[in-house]
Design a protein around this ligand. Structure first.
Ligand code: PEP
Ligand code: MG
Length: 443
């Protein structure tokens, strides 16, 4: 609106004509989702955290990125030479020639590693002592499908459907959603596709959805709460999903569940929609598994109740860490407080796994923590059997898990669970991983 009033032309990333490195204060996730991949060499922002949705989108699309730099805008000059090193979290402007050469060498090393890992595409994700891990990938926009297939993902462990809503100016129709869900289910068959119902709010907004302006959006009208308030939107999405179940192995998962009450309400609406479709003689799968995302402390404390009525659960560590440690996942000023290896987080994961084993139902993990190679053996040892990670990370996680034993991983997890501080856990995990996998964790 300001651009219109001031008579200036506003630009988006879609206007890029020359492949460029982008430096910005912040980039909204909806814009990152639509940016032309071939024009973005990388980006650096002053705001944001590793698990903010812009960073997640960048990872999913294979874009080198560093967020939360605080000072990048001040240091950047248009047209200058710059580099971003996402592995170390730095951006360097006007680098010295030898620094540039060193990073070009590093880039070639990563490209070679990626090419070697791609050879694993058709190998099963099974540990040396025979524990089978289901390794799927997260999906935000259908354009990512080829990279899931190329990287050998065993289906979609988390489809963040909200990006389908955020990348347009009006509410998507049932037909448009059905076509998208069907395409994904067919492309992934016989592997499963977990479709998460709309998770707007927090850092994901679309003006036409009428999400309110809130003082604490991450504690507000988010995820399933929004869907239960706007049943019209929810029912349309569920119709599209249930119709897509005829074309693959589709499961449904609800975001931001805090207890059985909201899960039951959602399940009842699914049942009503299913009956409507049956009356209309629409083809559907006989049974559609319903799952719960465990991303609030409430869901962890009440996991026995949730596990008793759901068909599977998946731990959304991005939010679980933010709510358990009371640290905004997108706030760069307190990024060091956002600690996946905090004893509270490890205990939460363990408690959820144990509740799943008691039932038994599958317990997955789909937050960014799952795709962090450094944590792979620890998570295996904590007992997780379903990983869903950013597509480009599938080969590396698979390589690590295939070269591990569950017995040794359990030992590592037990040691870590007994440690009192994140720093001690990190030291143990880093020592173990760099000894066992020196080519992945070179100092
Ligand atoms: C999570 O919270 O870990 C998760 C996977 O969902 P999102 O990142 O979309 O909030
Ligand atoms: Mg979440």
């Amino acid at each position: 609106m300001l651009a219109h009033l001031g008579g200036v032309r506003s630009y988006t990333l879609s206007d890029l004509r020359v492949p460029s490195l982008i430096v910005a204060s912040d980039i909204p996730p909806s814009e990152m989702a639509l940016a032309p991949r071939d024009k973005i060499l990388g980006f650096a922002t002053d705001l944001g955290g590793r698990t903010s949705h812009t960073a997640i989108m960048a990872r999913a699309r294979g874009i080198p990125a560093v967020v939360g730099l605080k000072q990048a805008m001040r240091a950047a000059r248009e047209g200058a030479v710059a580099l971003v090193d996402g592995t170390r979290g730095v951006a360097i402007f006007d680098p010295e020639p030898e620094v540039l050469q060193e990073h070009l060498r590093k880039q070639r090393h990563y490209q070679e590693l990626a090419a070697n890992l791609a050879a694993l595409k058709d190998q099963a994700c099974v540990t040396l002592d025979g524990r089978r891990v289901h390794l799927g990938a997260n999906l935000e926009v259908p354009e990512e499908l080829p990279s899931l297939l190329e990287n050998g993902a065993e289906g979609v462990g988390l489809y963040r459907t909200e990006f389908f809503y955020l990348s347009r100016a009006t509410l998507p129709t049932e037909e448009a959603q059905y076509n998208a869900y069907r395409t994904i289910a067919e492309a992934m068959a016989p592997h499963p596709v977990v479709i998460r119902t709309l998770d707007v709010g927090g850092d994901k907004f679309a003006s036409y959805l009428g999400t309110p302006i809130e003082r604490n959006p991450f504690l507000g009208m988010r995820g399933l709460r929004f869907s239960l308030k706007r049943e019209d939107i929810f029912r349309t999405q569920l119709r599209a999903i249930l119709r897509a179940t005829a074309h693959g192995q589709v499961k449904v998962m609800f975001p931001m569940v805090v207890g059985l009450e909201d899960f039951r309400r959602a399940r009842a609406i699914v049942e009503q929609v299913r009956q409507d479709l049956r009356r209309e003689k629409v083809a559907m799968a006989e049974r559609v598994p319903l799952g719960v995302m465990v991303e609030t402390p409430a869901a962890v404390f009440a996991i026995d109740l949730l596990a008793s009525e759901s068909d599977f659960v998946s731990i959304g560590t991005n939010d679980l860490i933010q709510y358990a440690l009371a640290v905004d996942r997108g706030n760069e000023a307190i990024a060091e407080v956002y600690e996946p290896l905090h004893p509270a987080v490890l205990r939460a994961v363990r408690a959820v796994v144990e509740a799943g084993q008691r039932r038994p139902i599958p317990v997955g993990i789909c937050g960014e923590m799952a795709g962090e190679p450094l944590y792979a053996v620890l998570l295996l040892g904590l007992g997780l059997t379903d990983f869903s990670v950013s597509p480009f990370l599938v080969p590396e996680i698979k390589t690590i898990l295939r070269a591990s034993t569950y017995a040794e991983a359990s030992g590592l997890a037990e040691r870590c669970l007994a440690l009192p501080t994140p720093a001690e856990v990190r030291a143990v995990v880093t020592e173990y991983m760099s000894r066992r996998f020196p080519q992945h964790f070179a100092a």
